[in-house]
Write a protein that binds this ligand. Structure first.
Ligand code: HEC
Length: 267
């Protein structure tokens, strides 16, 4: 094999190996508990819209999304002119379904406001013994599968201040805010035939208003929404990636045809 061919193989193979190693290291960063797959799908606009509604109703009271604005979020999740919504309809929808925050004069905040909460860090510290984190980036810091599994893993625990604990987030300070929908689960310990402890499981002890399958959809929608919030540019970035690859493919065709044309008389 000539030296120059070896050099080219090296130049092509090394980056692929490096990318492979980095990719697999990122994917296997576990947290002890097996996580369930959230199956995030950002092109499912109906799911994002339901997720935004659940978020406003069940989470915004405590968790802000301080880098997002209501009107931009509405546009991104499909409440826009290309889906047949007029500006007035979007404003009405936002005011009736998503904006529960009020300013210091008690007036509902404007649709162009940042999605902050009125909950102060001090009040949170007092109520929960810990700060209430902003969830703008949680989709990236914890990952979608973590959020999905976390919201499904609260269980009754009298020893905790909120009366609940969580198998994914041990000794969590957050109450089980979706208990009305999911119900309350109990932790069941198991032993194998040699008397060794094996992973505990959760069983439903006080059902909520939803079935397990319906609750999964709610949690999926919330996770989908938080995945979008953590990187709004994902929506367009993936499309640009595909367009770029298509362009390269077409360009390759032209370059190949041109190269054949140039060399056709040389033998
Ligand atoms: C009553 C206040 C309250 C509400 C409402 C609430 N949370 Fe929380 N949440 C907390 C507190 C407090 C923590 C911090 C827990 C800790 O550090 O122990 C937390 C932590 C979290 C975390 C982990 C963040 C991290 O990276 O550590 C996620 C994810 C989360 N909440 C999601 C939600 C979602 C989704 C909702 C709505 C369904 C919600 N929360 C509603 C109080 C709340």
């Amino acid at each position: 094999m000539s030296n120059s061919i070896r050099k080219w193989i090296f130049v092509l193979i090394v980056p692929l190996v490096v990318i492979g190693v980095i990719g697999s290291a990122g994917g296997s960063a576990g947290h002890g508990v097996a996580l369930q797959s959230a199956n995030v799908n950002l092109s499912d606009k109906a799911s994002l819209q339901r997720g935004a509604k659940y978020y406003a109703n069940y989470c915004m009271g405590c968790h802000s999304l301080k880098f997002s604005r209501y009107n931009r979020m509405a546009e991104d999740i499909g409440l826009n002119a290309s889906n047949g919504f007029t500006d007035d309809q979007v404003t009405t929808f936002l005011k009736e379904n998503l904006i529960f925050t009020r300013d210091e004069n008690g007036k509902q905040v404007k649709t162009g406001s940042l999605m902050t909460t009125a909950y102060s860090a001090k009040a949170a510290e007092k109520a929960f013994g810990t700060s209430v984190p902003d969830l703008s980036l949680v989709g990236r810091s914890r990952g979608s599968d973590w959020i999905y599994s976390y919201l499904k893993s609260f269980y009754l625990d009298d020893s905790r201040p909120m009366g609940v604990n969580n198998t994914v987030f041990k000794d969590v300070g957050m109450p089980h805010v979706l208990a009305g929908l999911q119900g309350y689960q109990t932790l069941v310990h198991h032993e194998d035939k040699d008397g060794h402890h094996v992973a505990p499981t959760l069983t439903m002890s006080k059902p909520g208003t939803l079935s397990a399958a319906e609750y999964d959809v709610v949690v999926h929608d919330l996770t989908n929404f938080l995945a979008y919030v953590s990187e709004p540019a994902q929506l367009s970035r993936k499309m640009y990636g595909i367009l770029t690859l298509l362009f390269l493919l077409v360009f390759f065709g032209f370059a190949y045809a041109l190269s054949k044309e140039y060399w056709k008389d040389i033998h």
